[in-house]
Design a protein around this ligand. Structure first.
Ligand code: HEM
Length: 492
């Protein structure tokens, strides 16, 4: 009740303020075509959400590279393959962060000021992605332990995302929070599920935006106060890491020859501590944000890869042979180096092809910052306009992807860049300044897991049906369909 009253009050304030704002002088811009719609207020909302793929395709065919739709009470401009780099590269004119926080106000959920976690991407990139060799052994060891424990002699895995989140969480816990946590069941559980509890927030259709564009965000913040899925996970992380952090700070202060452990927790301690003291709540929130970015994405794309492996048995022989060749070259070594994993070019191409076809249909919302922005084709968008990228179109374009771009061809990328490399025709890890800083780590972890799974298990579906990600509006999510993993006789 309290929530409804607050929402109504907020709604009234926003309607009045928007009426006042409308009085401001409008710029006379050469805007992209706004596609005509039948119903006022509703605009294109239902057509867009009912079947985004079909609707966006129809609009692109009729209107070309750039057009606008009226969705959930706001005009959104959609750009395709020619213009999208201008959005990513014009940092002074477009902001990804502001637009993303409209649908997912992370800092406000945590009662932190804007841009509070801004240093995190650089830490992840420098001390995780660029320091892969320090983590290769830890990743493989913890992955193997998790797979042996959770899949063991083979299993029919229903709702497989749950299992793969638990598997992926173990190396991530070991690299982010510290090696000693990789077999701490309570912490690994929190690492595994902290993000998936939040995913519904990300895909919640913004119905309140029909009243005012900002109302959805305010609703999410209020709702989060009543149902805060982080609270329990946050308590676990704080309780677990506090004694470790205290111990490390003490050693840093008292032992000049102290060699700190290699993990992201240590880098965060160095960044956030002053005079060997630290605000443990701030540190905990940083760890949560890192987990939030890392686990659901990595587990989703590992699972998507396994579904594709089962979908296309005709490609399994070549993939398996490559894994066997690497295994043979191991020659008594317990673990592979990062360079060994990079030699798996068939597996990398297969993973890249999975990413190419299973990313969302439309994504990477940006907000226009200055009075307006002029695209190279002359079209202009005003300040505060949301601009979305038609990712699927880019990932399925013949000119950019080669022949039969809609077909799954796992070896399409052989001889080209590796999956973690961001380029104009491949933006699964985003593009430009906000490209995923964890991508090299993620690709290494996924390929290490696939290598072990392909060698040790026959992987198939419960029946002959092909399984693809499920679609909700413009987003793709991992399928819930079961996977069968039968242990081969040759334990390696
Ligand atoms: C297959 C796995 C992954 C995929 C597909 C992926 C994809 C992305 C994408 C598309 C973005 C851009 C922002 C967005 O649209 O949400 C992003 C940002 C980010 N990712 Fe990843 N990611 C993956 C794994 C990871 C891992 C393992 C980590 C950390 C260990 C990580 C850390 C981050 C961070 C910190 C950002 C924010 C960057 C910024 O705001 O500048 N990601 N990721």
């Amino acid at each position: 009740m309290n929530l409804i009253v607050q929402l109504v009050i907020l709604g009234i304030i926003f309607i009045i303020s928007s009426k006042l704002l409308r009085g401001k002088q409008q710029l006379n811009l050469n805007e992209p075509p706004l596609i005509p719609y039948k119903y006022p207020i509703i605009g294109h909302t239902f057509d867009y959400y009912r079947d985004t793929e079909k609707f966006i395709k129809k609009c692109s065919e009729e209107y070309g590279e750039i057009f606008s739709l009226y969705v959930f009470g706001k005009v959104i401009t959609f750009v395709g393959k020619e213009l999208y780099p201008e959005v990513f590269k014009s940092h002074k004119d477009f902001d990804f962060d502001i637009a993303f926080k409209e649908k997912f106000p992370l800092e406000r959920f945590m009662n932190r000021p804007d841009k509070f976690f801004a240093p995190l991407p650089k830490i992840i990139f420098t001390f995780l992605s660029q320091s892969l060799s320090s983590y290769a052994e830890r990743v493989q060891k913890t992955l193997i332990e998790a797979i042996d424990e959770l899949i063991g002699d083979g299993k029919v895995i229903q709702n497989p995302l749950n299992t793969f989140q638990l598997i992926i969480a173990r190396p991530i816990a070991a690299c982010l929070v510290g090696e000693e946590f990789s077999d701490d069941k309570e912490l690994v559980n929190t690492v595994a599920y902290a993000t998936s509890d939040l995913v519904p927030y990300l895909s919640f259709p913004p119905f309140l935006s029909f009243i005012h564009p900002l109302l959805h965000k305010e609703f999410l913040v209020l709702y989060f106060q009543f149902y805060n899925p982080f609270k329990v996970h946050r308590d676990v992380i704080k309780r677990k890491v506090s004694p470790i952090v205290e111990r490390r700070l003490h050693s840093m202060k008292t032992n000049k020859s102290y060699v700190p452990p290699v993990d992201i927790l240590q880098k965060l301690i160095e960044l956030l501590s002053q005079d060997y003291t630290i605000d443990i709540d701030v540190l905990t929130d940083y760890v949560i944000v890192a987990i939030f970015a890392a686990v659901h994405t990595t587990s989703t794309f590992l699972l998507n890869s396994l579904h594709q492996y089962a979908n296309y048995p005709q490609f399994q022989k070549e993939l398996l042979e490559e894994q066997e060749r690497l295994l043979k070259s191991k020659n008594g070594k317990t673990y592979y180096t990062t360079e060994d994993i990079d030699k798996l070019v068939y597996l990398d191409s297969f993973f890249k092809e999975t990413l190419r076809l299973s990313t969302s249909i439309v994504y990477f919302e940006h907000m226009t910052l200055n009075s307006h922005f002029t695209f190279s084709n002359g079209y202009q968008v005003p300040k505060d306009r949301f601009v979305y990228i038609r990712v699927q179109e880019i990932h399925r374009d013949e000119e950019l992807q080669g022949q039969n771009p809609k077909e799954f061809n796992p070896f399409r990328h052989l001889g080209k860049s590796l999956a973690a490399h961001v380029e104009k025709n491949f933006i699964a890890f985003s593009f430009g300044k906000h490209a995923c800083p964890g991508r090299y780590f993620a690709a290494n972890e996924i390929k290490s897991a696939l290598h072990y799974l392909i060698l040790n298990y026959n992987i198939k579906h419960l029946d002959d049906k092909k399984v693809y990600p499920k679609i909700k509006g413009p987003f793709r999510f991992a399928s819930d369909e079961g996977l069968v993993l039968e242990r081969k006789g040759n334990n390696v």
